[in-house]
Design a protein. Structure first.
Length: 115
């Protein structure tokens, strides 16, 4: 099983980034895909999730209206478009795949929002 995040980096406040998560080794279309983040000294925080069939994505209140999660079942990828980034969005972002019996995590990608 592989879960690999990419797309992180340094961006100025108000800027945008697009994170991607590529997976292999399990039936991607059967898994709820989510993004979490963890800032230094904090616990892991839920950001967004998208169920199977891309129906009804959910978002944390802190990112609602700024972030958009999407999935591509044909290519086994999930993305997180992040707009209007704020310094408080600075964290390591993790991709999670949640199935009926198993959960998989990637190693994360760092997002730093700073001027």
């Amino acid at each position: 099983v592989l879960v690999v995040e990419s797309g992180g980096g340094l961006v100025q406040p108000g800027g945008s980034l697009r994170l991607s998560c590529a997976v292999s080794g399990f039936t991607f279309s059967s898994y709820v895909m989510s993004w979490y983040r963890q800032a230094p000294g904090n616990g892991r925080e839920y950001v967004a999730s998208i169920p199977t069939s891309s129906s009804n994505p959910n978002y944390a209140d802190s990112v609602k209206g700024r972030f958009t999660i999407s999935r591509d079942d044909a290519n086994n990828t999930v993305s997180l478009q992040m707009n209007d980034l704020k310094p408080e969005d600075t964290a390591r972002y993790y991709c999670n795949a949640q199935g009926s019996w198993r959960s998989y995590w990637g190693q994360g990608t760092q997002v730093t929002v700073s001027s």
